[in-house]
Design a protein around this ligand. Structure first.
Ligand code: GRF
Length: 321
């Protein structure tokens, strides 16, 4: 099995979601392993189970410490354990912006509502009071705002006529225990999913001025300019025209630059068969170490080479200074 992604779980209480993650990690082909369970409460019941399952634990009470100080202690323990990702599972602490930004895109939380509905506490009672037909749970990325980050996945849970908040909470919890491990598995392997990769290219290509998507010989491509006279500045290739792997084709300034790139990093670049002769370069997107800022830069450079002058004029003037 290839190296598994290392995950730390942060808890404050009983840790049933933690248990779900621990046991999911023991199933065949699970792409992650739980390497640490950490808590702000040394008495958290979940710590006892984690220990019994042979998982390293860490706890440090927050009493008498500033939020920043406590977060730093947790951060140090988590990085020392070698974690790539953090999952919050009933961790009842608001995290400092500093901590959140250190773990940006690498920290997930589970929340017992269909976000953006019912952020914060008492989610079940609020769903009952609103006579909602369904409650549910959401797994989301953690951003500085409470329960506000991008939602990765949700499960809807039917509300029954005689439900109380407690009964409903138990049913939502069953859904949580399915959703969290499955979403985490999908998230940590996203870089191997061609659809996810395509979306990343698309977002960056369409963020450039006056661009639109148009398929070219059956593969997505992006053009700049008008529908009629626009020109392609990027193509997505998933083994297109018999090429290897998943890549994006962008324009270089010519064969000199293309050659220099091929020499500089032959694992990252290759010359695409048909477009290569006119100076296009392919950048691999399936190495597992894609630098998305670099992809955005390459798309921008390529865009600039074919964009109408009225769009690039300001940049050209800035360059002259
Ligand atoms: C769960 O309801 C979860 O949605 C919320 O906190 C609770 C934690 O429960 N974030 P447990 O400790 O995982 O059992």
């Amino acid at each position: 099995m290839p190296d598994r992604v290392k995950v730390a779980v942060l808890i404050s209480g009983r840790g049933s979601n933690m248990a779900a993650l621990i046991y999911a990690a023991k199933t065949n082909d699970c792409p992650y392993e739980i390497i640490l369970v950490a808590s702000n409460d040394p008495q958290a019941a979940g710590l006892i189970l984690a220990e019994a399952e042979g998982i390293a634990t860490f706890s440090h009470p927050h009493k008498g410490l500033s939020r920043k100080e406590h977060d730093q202690i947790m951060h140090d323990a988590i990085t020392q354990a070698g974690a790539d990702y953090i999952t919050l599972a009933g961790y009842m602490r608001i995290l400092s912006d500093d901590f959140v930004s250190k773990w940006q895109d690498h920290m997930l939380n589970i929340h017992p509502s269909l976000l953006p509905k019912y952020k914060g506490l008492d989610t079940y009672q609020r769903a009952l009071d609103a006579s909602d037909s369904h409650a549910g749970c959401s797994v989301h990325l953690v951003t500085p705002e409470l329960d506000d980050g991008p939602v990765l996945a949700q499960t809807k849970v039917a509300i029954l006529p005689n439900d109380t908040a407690e009964i409903l909470a138990d049913r939502v919890l069953i859904a949580e225990h399915q959703l969290y491990p499955a979403t985490l598995a999908q998230y940590v392997t996203r870089e191997a999913d061609p659809n996810w990769i395509l979306d990343q290219v698309r977002i960056r290509a369409l963020a450039l001025e006056e661009t639109y998507e148009r398929p070219s010989f059956g593969t997505p491509g992006w053009r700049v300019g008008s529908e009629k006279t626009g020109k392609y500045f990027a193509y997505f290739s998933q083994r297109h025209f018999g090429e290897i792997g998943t890549s994006v084709f962008v324009k270089t300034s010519g064969l000199d630059e293309q050659g220099a790139l091929l020499d500089a990093d032959p694992d990252l670049y290759f010359a695409p068969k048909f477009y290569g002769k006119s100076g296009w370069i392919a950048i691999r997107l399936d190495t597992g170490r894609t630098d998305w800022d670099h992809i955005a830069d390459s798309l921008t450079k390529s865009w600039r080479m074919v964009a109408p002058k009225r769009l690039t004029r300001i940049m050209d003037i800035a360059d002259d200074f």
